[in-house]
Design a protein around this ligand. Structure first.
Ligand SMILES: Cc1cc2nc3c(=O)[nH]c(=O)nc-3n(C[C@H](O)[C@H](O)[C@H](O)COP(=O)(O)OP(=O)(O)OC[C@H]3O[C@@H](n4cnc5c(N)ncnc54)[C@H](O)[C@@H]3O)c2cc1C
Length: 439
């Protein structure tokens, strides 16, 4: 396959637009096919998350194409979690040992618009909107789209599916017989509400990610540049306290007053918004192979959507783009060789973050509220200070480094084993001293 053949990217979301920037830099002609209308300047689509946390992996990818400063200019740094108990004062838990590192709250719409703008400003990139992929022949690269004017067809040397968790490209590869998938839907869904500015200012501290942990459920809030916060409820769909159980304004108000009393005065029209806004689906996509016929590949959520509890889905997808670019470097720009290499190099990492994201849900909704957990975090930070660079917490490695996710998981396991062995040795030594001293 030639280095400068035409590449079709299906999906002009976060991954597709960033990928277009990287491929244009390599000299490719790129067409982005997007099912939506041009999103630039439009209000965000209902039911999609409004803001997200961008951290080092995503920023590293943006830095490589000189977009980091421009994009971070519109972001709000969050240096830790503000944990809200049912009653009492919220407590701040810094993310990093020095307390100075931050993850960045950014509007999905603004990020997508900036990436789309950057991609389409490059020579060789065009974006076609209102084109929903419905058919694909991996053997020939022929694509079929549903458009406002009926069916349209196009052919490309390479077709990359960046069309998100419900990927149509993935579905076509399944039909083609080269892909099997396992889509694991979470029992919890999500719903978004807005905390508007109060007297023209933020109603909560904008330097933190706010969490209301409630055992099996939680609410989080991230700040927006217009001084509002987007609140996301992560609740079970059914059962007591689940979305389905709160079907009337009275039930919603009663539930919030009992579980989230400090949020009630911050959200005017709470029950109206609650009853109007949709419940989104969360889940993990595991599939193989991510490529077929030497010309079709999957990237980002299309290949490996994860639950959002580590704030890593988009960061991981951006890291994919860097990894695929490296594979193209290492194969002389040959997609037929680069796509399998990409899957071989990346699979273990995406599986690791999928598992860590599921585990972090339990930490966020339950453990962060426990005094024992908080003691553990303080002990971990003390170890990081005592052994700089030798003991590094999982959160720090995931959010503030580009150490591959699988290596993070292995390293954290090793660190925990060493700490457990040291704790056991210390307990034995203390026991021996106590025996020598007698009662
Ligand atoms: C509630 C929530 C909170 C999140 N928070 C974070 C966070 O804090 N940090 C983080 O890093 N990640 C977060 N994520 C994950 C992040 O949103 C995704 O990982 C990211 O959007 C993946 O980008 P993508 O471009 O691969 O897919 P998408 O963003 O889904 O984009 C896919 C694009 O393809 C288009 N498309 C779909 N089907 C077709 C078709 N048939 N034909 C043509 N076009 C099509 C879509 O319209 C869309 O534009 C969160 C997700 C959720 C649900």
């Amino acid at each position: 396959m030639t280095e400068h053949g035409e590449v079709a990217i299906v999906g002009a979301g976060l991954t597709g637009c960033l990928l277009a920037c990287f491929l244009a830099r390599r000299g490719h002609q790129v067409t982005l096919y997007e099912r939506r209308a041009d999103p630039r300047g439009r209000p965000p689509e209902r039911g999609r998350s409004i803001n997200l946390a961008l951290s080092e992996r995503g920023i590293d990818a943006l830095r490589r194409i000189g977009l980091d400063d421009r994009i971070l200019a519109g972001a709000l740094p969050m240096r830790g979690r503000m944990v809200h108990p049912v009653h009492g004062t919220p407590g701040f838990q810094p993310y990093s040992v020095r307390g100075d590192r931050a993850i960045n709250s950014i509007g999905r719409g603004a990020l997508n618009d900036a990436l789309l703008e950057a991609a389409t400003a490059l020579p060789g990139v065009r974006a076609v909107f209102g084109h929903r992929l419905t058919g694909l022949d991996p053997a020939t690269g022929e694509m079929v789209f549903r458009t406002g004017d009926g069916e349209a067809k196009a052919t490309a040397a390479v077709v990359l599916g960046a069309d998100g968790a419900g990927s149509a490209v993935r579905a076509r590869l399944k039909e083609y017989g080269t892909l099997t998938e396992d889509v694991d839907h979470l029992e919890h869904g999500y719903k978004e509400l807005t905390v508007p500015p109060r007297d023209g200012d933020f109603a909560l501290d904008p330097g933190a990610l706010h969490i209301w942990p409630r055992g099996t459920s939680m609410v989080i809030a991230l700040p927006n540049p217009d001084r509002s916060f987007t609140c996301t409820l992560f609740w079970p769909r059914t059962g007591p306290g689940g979305f389905a159980s709160l079907a009337t304004a009275e039930a919603v108000e009663r539930h919030f007053a009992a579980e989230y009393p400090d949020l009630v005065p911050l959200i005017p029209g709470l029950s109206d918004d609650y009853l109007r806004n949709p419940v989104g689906t969360l889940g993990t996509v595991r599939c193989a192979s991510w490529h077929a016929a030497g010309r079709v590949g999957l990237v980002g959520d299309a290949a490996h959507a994860i639950v959002p509890f580590y704030g890593q889905g988009a960061n991981c997808a951006f890291e994919d783009v860097v990894a695929l670019d490296r594979c193209l470097d290492d194969t002389g720009g040959d997609f037929a060789a680069a796509l399998p290499l990409f899957e071989a190099r990346r699979r273990e990492d995406t599986e690791a973050i999928a598992d860590m994201a599921l585990a972090n849900f339990v930490e966020m909704r339950d453990k962060v509220a426990s005094p024992l957990f908080q003691l553990g975090r303080r002990a971990e930070h003390a170890l990081e200070r005592a052994l700089p660079g030798r003991y590094v917490s999982r959160y720090e490695l995931v959010s503030f480094s580009t150490v591959p996710y699988a290596r993070v998981r292995r390293r954290v396991r090793r660190q925990h084993q060493v700490v457990a062995a040291l704790a056991a040795a210390a307990a034995l030594a203390l026991g021996a001293i106590a025996v020598r001293r007698g009662p």
